[in-house]
Design a protein around this ligand. Structure first.
Ligand SMILES: NC(=O)C1=CN([C@@H]2O[C@H](COP(=O)(O)OP(=O)(O)OC[C@H]3O[C@@H](n4cnc5c(N)ncnc54)[C@H](O)[C@@H]3O)[C@@H](O)[C@H]2O)C=CC1
Ligand SMILES: O=C(O)[C@H]1O[C@H](OP(=O)(O)OP(=O)(O)OC[C@H]2O[C@@H](n3ccc(=O)[nH]c3=O)[C@H](O)[C@@H]2O)[C@H](O)[C@@H](O)[C@@H]1O
Length: 441
């Protein structure tokens, strides 16, 4: 327990890492450039909608095992520093490493010989070697330890990972893996390039699987099949597995979109193009636009309105980054459709501004932000389409008779396959489920 943990960046990954190591008994110091995040941690809160995270941070706060600051000097005593800053997408698709560079510049003055810097952010192949070269002359070791947690499950996944992957300096790897030993998860030691590539490989493979299933759902609609029966058959094959077989409005979030493009960019730069992945990215964009078109096709009057149920990129998170729901809202709004939306985590349209850039928000003839509904029953009477875009449990158990009483002519489009068809239809509403041919033919 002699190691002192430093964490740079207190977002989804950094907050879970800090809280998790504090829970495992380590003393943790966090630095974040966002003063609100730091103040939150100093009061025992993460500021994130993540089950169990605030409990761990509050416990660490009470035990004085966590501290935080906007100043890198808080890392002075840290012996192993985890870098958990963003690696967003550049306009050319490659990963933007500016935040990594700034984080390293910030921590460098506080590093001592034999300290370890751990790259937990998702970084392209070659980044770890470059960082090792940069810090090596000061006697600092570098380890790649890519993270595989999911939003909405950050604590659960941090404390019980399918695997812990480490690559890099062998002596330092021993010290990093020792931190995780009490979790009893498989530890996979690989070379640095393989650790970096494996992280992109996992996200990209899952994205490929989803694009395949989304296209299969479209095909099922046309040829008389039921996607739930098709994927059930697939899931019985252990080689295929049962996860990531639910079609939807397209995959989104802070990582799949940027990581697939970053891998394509890496592959292209060494003239080893990843054609399958490029096709999956194209198919994903087409899937979201297909859903927008299906909605638009069911609007029979110029004044007809649409209500989107769900805005986050998936259920269980308040994260709106790269959410297909926002793309659908924007596409419809550009066509002059009045768009309303409900999401359990969104109380006002203001939180959408950063994620839905509009050219002229004040001009009602231009695309506008969706009007946020306080509850899913507060529907505009001219609503013609109610589309379930995010698979929140709230929408599985809607009282469809209340919906029908307000909007008897609305049709329901379920892009996630979560509603009970009999209940929707017994309320007198027409229903279209993704991938179910009998609804569309
Ligand atoms: N969100 C996720 O589920 C997962 C993300 N990752 C990867 O982890 C990395 C971080 O992702 P998130 O945690 O989602 O990001 P995030 O956007 O939630 O949080 C990043 C945090 O870093 C802070 N920050 C930015 N620059 C800083 C600097 N120079 N010094 C100190 N703090 C700084 C920001 O204020 C923010 O609080 C990315 O590379 C991402 O691809 C990996 C696995 C899962
Ligand atoms: O690198 C990352 O950031 C993380 O990215 C994903 O985690 P996350 O972005 O939280 O979301 P997922 O649960 O993987 O969902 C991604 C997208 O796929 C969609 N999805 C998922 C599963 C499914 O069956 N169908 C489906 O459409 C979701 O709605 C969502 O838009 C990976 O699952 C994590 O392992 C990884 O660590």
């Amino acid at each position: 327990m002699s190691e002192v943990i430093g964490v740079i960046g207190a977002g989804y990954v950094g907050a879970a890492t800090a809280a998790g190591f504090a829970h495992l008994g380590y003393s943790v110091a966090v630095v974040d450039t966002d003063a609100a995040k730091v103040d939150g941690i100093l009061c025992g809160r993460s500021g994130l909608t993540e089950p169990g995270l605030d409990d761990l941070i509050e416990a660490a706060h009470e035990n004085s095992t966590i501290t935080a600051s906007t100043s890198y000097s808080v890392l002075t005593d840290a012996t192993i520093v985890f870098v958990c800053v963003p690696t967003p997408m550049r306009s050319d698709g490659a990963a933007d490493l500016t935040f990594i560079d700034t984080a390293l510049s910030g921590v460098e003055p506080y590093l001592e010989p034999d300290d370890v810097v751990v790259l937990k952010s998702t970084v392209p192949v070659g980044t770890g070697d470059a960082v090792a070269e940069r810090l090596g002359s000061a006697g600092v070791h570098v380890v790649n330890n890519p993270e595989f947690l999911r939003e909405g499950h950050t604590v659960e996944d941090f404390l019980a990972p399918d695997r812990v992957v480490v690559g890099g300096d062998p002596a330092a790897i021993k010290r990093v893996t020792a931190l995780y030993r009490s979790l009893h998860s498989p530890i996979v030691e690989v070379d640095r390039a393989s650790a970096e590539l494996a992280k992109y490989a996992c996200n990209s493979f899952l994205a490929l699987k989803l694009s395949f299933v989304d296209e299969l759902a479209t095909l099922a609609e046309r040829v008389g099949a039921d996607i739930t029966e098709v994927t059930d058959v697939m899931a019985h094959d252990d080689r295929i597995g049962s996860h990531f077989l639910s079609p939807g409005p397209g995959w989104g979030g802070s990582c799949f979109p940027k990581d697939t493009r970053a891998l394509i960019s890496t592959a292209t730069s060494v003239e080893r193009p990843m054609r399958t992945l490029a096709a999956a990215v194209d198919a994903n964009e087409a899937q979201t636009q297909r859903i927008a078109a299906l909605i638009a096709d069911r609007l029979d009057e110029p004044d007809a309105a649409v209500t989107l149920l769900g805005l986050t990129f998936k259920a269980g998170t308040a994260d709106l980054r790269e959410s297909p729901a926002l793309d659908i809202a924007l596409t419809l709004s550009k066509q002059g459709v009045r768009v309303f939306a409900h999401d359990p985590t969104i109380t006002s349209a203001e939180s959408l501004v950063a994620r839905m850039p509009l050219e002229n928000p004040a001009d009602p003839s231009q695309p506008t932000l969706p009007v946020i509904l306080a509850d899913p029953y507060a529907l505009d009477v001219d609503t013609r389409v109610i589309a379930i875009v995010t698979e929140w449990n709230d929408y599985r158990s809607l009282q469809w008779s209340l919906v029908a009483a307000r909007c008897p002519h609305a049709v329901v489009i379920d892009t996630r396959g979560i509603v009970d068809a009999a209940l929707v239809r017994s309320a007198g509403l027409q229903l279209y489920r993704i991938g179910i041919a009998e609804d569309w033919l």
